[in-house]
Design a protein around this ligand. Structure first.
Ligand SMILES: *[C@@H]1O[C@H](CO)[C@@H](O)[C@H](O)[C@H]1NC(C)=O
Ligand SMILES: *[C@@H]1O[C@H](CO)[C@@H](O)[C@H](O)[C@H]1NC(C)=O
Length: 316
């Protein structure tokens, strides 16, 4: 016998001995990794498997525990649930001791629900135990982009701020230009973890004066590099070199000068006309009032009524 076959022989002996002693051909098989959505119902899947001889198996005890938590989450013992922490239950709605599906349901899955769980089952033919893990994910919100300052143009430059919140695990915000070239290196990302354990992402992309393109895309990627969602921002063209006259942010602006020039010309004409009319009117009423005063001094008494009426008419 060489070393390898001795090794295999020893391993086989230990395996068979351990198997017989602990399980008596009863085995609980769990899905190694379960994924739960934040806030949703999660399933930790485990089933008791038996060999051919072990038909009519009856389960005496089921105990679900979580690594790092002392108290068991769910215990079934001798026909009843002896322990049940809020939020945990058998996945099978009317589970009984003949049901080999001992899966666990977790309601309203929180970030802390992540971890390793152990399911131990005692039957009338022996006991068995297995581990299973839960990963929690939460989808990031659709990103929103604003500019700082509010009005920017391609010639002014500025900062684009992209925000995407409420995701798990930690993700990344990336920036792309109009030819899909990546700009993430020019950006800075801030990550905040909320009380509930979720992550809020915020990224600032600096646009340099004059070297700015018309469109930028902000995309949020999950921890495994899958794109979850994206948003687009259009930077107005803004021909004015001083950059004071820009269009609405998010819309390409029409060349500003072609709209503004006629508006200014027509506006000045109207204003000028109004000024002239007001001056003419004032002059006329001043002259009228002078005439009224002359008339008053001439017709000392009796003429008052008539005079007042005429005076008021001129004012009206
Ligand atoms: C166990 O029960 C749950 C809940 O009814 C079900 O979703 C799951 O598919 C079952 N697993 C097996 C292996 O039958
Ligand atoms: C990441 O996103 C991809 C594509 O949307 C998806 O298939 C994958 O399940 C996600 N992974 C996680 C951990 O959320």
């Amino acid at each position: 016998m060489n070393m390898a076959s001795i090794g295999i022989f020893i391993f086989t002996v230990i395996y068979i001995t351990a198997g017989n002693a602990n399980t008596g051909f009863v085995n609980v098989q769990c899905k190694t990794e379960n994924v739960g959505q934040y806030g949703q119902l999660s399933l930790l899947e485990c089933t008791v498997k038996t060999s051919q001889e072990a038909t009519d198996l009856e389960i005496r005890t089921v105990s679900w525990k979580k690594e790092g938590v002392d108290e068991p989450l769910l215990v079934f013992h001798q026909g009843e649930l002896t322990k049940k922490q809020p939020g945990y239950s058998f996945a099978e709605p009317s589970w009984n001791s003949r049901n080999m599906n001992v899966s666990l349901h977790i309601t309203n899955t929180a970030v802390e629900a992540q971890g390793v769980y152990t399911c131990t089952v005692v039957t009338d033919r022996g006991f068995t135990t297995s581990e299973t893990s839960l990963k929690v994910t939460a989808k990031y919100s659709k990103p929103t982009i604003i500019s700082e300052p509010e009005k920017i143009t391609q010639s002014t430059g500025g900062t684009l701020v992209c925000n995407s919140v409420g995701g798990y695990p930690k993700g990344q915000i990336r920036w792309f230009g109009e030819l899909n070239e990546e700009w993430t290196k020019s950006a800075e990302m801030e990550v905040k973890q909320t009380k509930s354990g979720l992550f809020d992402l915020l990224s600032r992309l600096t646009l340099l004066q004059g070297s700015t393109y018309s469109k930028y895309k902000c995309a949020v990627f999950n921890t495994s590099g899958g794109k979850e969602d994206e948003a687009m921002f259009e930077v107005p063209e803004g021909r004015d070199a001083s950059g004071r006259l820009g269009g609405e942010p998010g819309k390409p602006s029409a060349p500003v000068s072609t709209i503004v020039a006629p508006v200014v010309v027509i506006g000045s004409l109207i204003v000028g006309l109004l000024v002239v009319m007001v001056i003419l009117h004032k002059r006329r009423s001043r002259r009228d009032r002078r005439e009224v005063r002359t008339f008053e001094s001439e017709a000392e008494e009796g003429g008052h009524q008539e005079m007042d009426k005429e005076y008021q008419d001129t004012l009206a």
